[in-house]
Design a protein around this ligand. Structure first.
Ligand code: BGC
Length: 719
């Protein structure tokens, strides 16, 4: 403890005061909050008292400058050391200006725009009194049944790591102490929460340590390397031990190996959930396990406050461990400047100026454009605004386009698809009907849609999952569109017109049966506040789609989990042999749309892939070059992707691994030479003994517009 001011403060605190710093409770527990400060009902059930709250360290979910200031002021009057509260909240993809959901942001492959989104979110949150955001969520995902895939940037460890860094930079800036428009970031959920078995939330995770290190840990590590201030534990167990009491994971890996010295918080209730997990008998044992594992803050349960004092007195927990946690928490408060200015950025006047400002909306628009993926286009797009268009579907006029983690966002502020399109098409040329609701409908609604569809030259069908169908505890075993919407699509198709589907959803869907009926599919995800404007510009070709999938779309649900960086197996499917190979009898092995895939209104030609040498040495990286030409008639942005395969590894290596990418703008007819540097360091992986090293021998390089359609070259690594 080399911060004297904090160390001497810790010394002055009683054991109870110190333990109270380790609890985090929601806003209603606090005096000064609207309807706050009454310890009744569920709060009383939690078993905390007034004194605990007066000494507590942080608040969950408080926001709004006025309320936050009032909570802080009341608190400082009562806390005898004058220790301010840390205000923490989930600002995941925007505060009030809502950006596309993180899975969509992943599809932008645009790190600058992602950083900007976090910067905007931080500014709005900070003027509203928030100090820490529970983001970025960087859990690697391979199973679209899991509702929380919408919170992740996707299935690739490298891409996720790059985004993790970008988000942390955007939230925290360069100087958290000075820059009051930034908030501290809390990377979550440590670790491997995204690997929940069968895509069911909170479910068991079990995998080899090698797989954990290779695929799941890199993105958390990247966030920490970028200076992320906090980490949140995950709900799941790993190798039979719940993460929130997992000493090996939290102390050996996170703290020792990754060098994390900041505040570690449990997820909501996860300390106590060790009881139903079946590894402790009661709250006291739960508290002991988590504190020993190094979990500093217990979120929303009271195992610590009720038991740590006794555990210290019984000699089961050293007071030193508690002191360390308190020290880390106080140090974060100091770093945020809260001892000098407990209100930090909270400012009612600036709230009016900053929130949903024009420049913030512009950033949200920009990312919505970049995140949208054109999955299919058989000549239906771009639309012609002189034609009669029927905009049909439950999302035609819906403001439910913000996604599940947008608790401060409002549907009224969101620009619907209709509003966006209406700016470009006269009212008489833009007909609209709902057709059906998300999961239900009526003959009348369907008939109205059919009548309108008949009148139009082309149909735009805005369909999908409502935001409540993805997110936490929102898993689906059937990831097709609801039956009624499929029926709506068929009815529209039967009218003999071109049908453009605009999909709103928080996960890759199983598009079986519907994909063939659409002449074009534009994957909008949940595009956020500016969604309608961005989608209209894309639909009419004012901007060219450039998004590329960061998570595979399965051919059907039966392929799940499906991801591009899989292994070859001993019996790979091939053209020559059809029996007893690794395949399905009824569907292809390949996904419907692979990782990295996305179309544009122009075409790109890849040519002249070349490698600077056929041999790479430890100190001589290779230069990989490829020419990319825009052969179409519109300017566009293309994401050029570089993958590698280690042909013979000490352990099996993936068929392809993304190692680099570059987003390039090309005008019609223009050719650019893209240059990548590939070094030995990028070829390292965890071997059988977990050493992180590379294999000498043959490698294949793949370059292309997605993980499937690639050209290749080879080289040898000599050591
Ligand atoms: C979620 C976290 C979130 C926390 C606080 C939990 O249920 O798993 O992602 O940060 O609640 O809202």
């Amino acid at each position: 403890m080399n911060n004297n001011r904090i160390a001497s403060l810790v010394e002055k605190m009683t054991l109870h005061e110190k333990i109270a710093q380790l609890i985090q409770l929601a806003t209603p527990f606090y005096k000064g909050a609207t309807n706050g400060g009454q310890i009744t009902g569920p709060m009383a059930e939690l078993g905390v008292n007034d004194e605990d709250i007066v000494n507590s360290g942080s608040v969950l979910g408080a926001s709004g400058a006025k309320e936050v200031k009032s909570i802080q002021e009341m608190h400082l009057k009562e806390n005898r050391h004058g220790i301010p509260l840390l205000m923490m909240a989930d600002i995941v993809h925007g505060y009030k200006t809502i950006f596309p959901v993180p899975l969509a942001i992943g599809c932008s492959w645009d790190l600058e725009a992602a950083e900007k989104s976090a910067e905007v979110a931080a500014r709005e949150a900070s003027v509203s009194g928030v100090h820490v955001t529970f983001a970025p969520m960087v859990d690697l995902v391979r199973d679209p049944r899991w509702g929380r895939v919408m919170e992740s940037t996707g299935e690739d460890p490298y891409l996720n790591s790059e985004f993790a860094r970008a988000f942390v930079r955007g939230f925290q800036g360069d100087n958290l102490t000075e820059d009051k428009d930034r908030v501290a970031a809390c990377v979550k959920h440590f670790a491997a929460y995204g690997a929940a078995e069968a895509g069911r939330d909170y479910n068991t995770v079990d995998m080899s340590e090698r797989q954990l290190r290779e695929s799941y840990l890199p993105a958390y590590k990247a966030a920490l390397d970028e200076g992320c201030e906090m980490v949140m534990t995950s709900f799941n167990s790993i190798e039979g031990i719940p993460a929130t009491g997992n000493k090996w994971l939290m102390r050996d890996i996170l703290r020792e190996e990754m060098g994390f010295n900041g505040v570690l918080i449990s997820d909501w209730g996860a300390v106590k959930e060790q009881i139903p997990h079946g590894v402790v008998r009661n709250e006291k044992e739960a508290a002991e396990k988590s504190i020993q594992a190094g979990v500093d803050i217990e979120m929303m349960t009271a195992c610590y406050i009720k038991n740590l004092e006794t555990l210290v007195k019984e000699g089961k927990v050293e007071e030193q461990i508690i002191d360390e946690g308190v020290y880390r928490i106080l140090e974060l408060k100091e770093k945020l400047g809260l001892f000098e200015n407990p209100h930090r950025g909270a400012d009612e006047e600036r709230e009016k100026e900053v929130i949903l400002s024009e420049s913030h909306r512009k950033a949200a628009y920009d990312l919505a454009v970049k995140s949208t993926v054109l999955l299919k286009n058989e000549g239906a797009l771009p639309l012609n605004n002189q034609k009669k268009i029927a905009l049909i579907g439950p999302f035609a006029k819906s403001g439910d386009i913000l996604g599940a983690w947008s608790w401060m966002g409002s549907h009224e502020e969101a620009v619907s698809l209709y509003e966006g399109m209406h700016k470009k098409v006269s009212a008489e040329n833009l007909l609209t009907a709902k057709g059906c609701d998300i999961e239900t409908g009526s003959e009348e609604m369907m008939n109205e849609a059919i009548a309108i569809g008949k009148e139009a030259d082309i149909i735009v069908l805005a369909i999908g999952e409502e935001s409540g169908m993805s997110g936490e505890a929102r898993c689906r075993a059937d990831i097709r569109l609801p039956e009624i919407q499929l029926e709506l699509l068929s009815k529209m198709k039967q009218l003999g017109k071109q049908v453009v589907v605009v999909l709103f959803n928080g996960r890759p869907l199983d598009l079986t049966g519907m994909e063939g009926q659409a002449d074009a599919i534009l994957e909008a995800w949940f595009p956020g506040t500016e969604g309608g404007n961005a989608l209209a510009d894309l639909l009419f070709g004012d901007v060219n789609p450039s998004g590329k999938l960061s998570m595979s779309f399965p051919y059907t649900l039966g392929q799940v989990p499906i991801y591009y960086n899989n292994y070859n197996t001993g019996r790979p499917k091939n053209a020559a042999v059809d029996e007893y190979v690794s395949k399905y009898l009824d569907i292809p092995n390949e996904p419907l749309y692979p990782f990295g895939y996305g179309l544009s209104y122009t075409n790109y030609k890849y040519s002249d892939l070349s490698v600077s040498s056929s041999v790479m040495t430890l100190d001589q990286p290779l230069i990989v070059t490829v020419n990319v030409t825009n052969t179409g008639e519109l300017a566009g942005d293309e994401v050029v992707q570089l993958y590698v395969r280690d042909m013979v590894g000490e352990v099996i290596r993936p068929l392809k691994e993304l190692k680099a990418f570059e987003k390039v703008t090309l005008t019609p007819g223009e050719t650019k030479t893209i240059e990548f540097t590939l070094s030995e360091e990028q070829l390292r992986y965890h071997h059988r003994d977990l050493s992180y090293t590379s294999d000498a021998g043959e490698f294949t390089i793949f370059v292309g517009p997605n993980s499937r359609d690639v050209s290749s070259a080879t080289f040898e690594l000599t050591k």
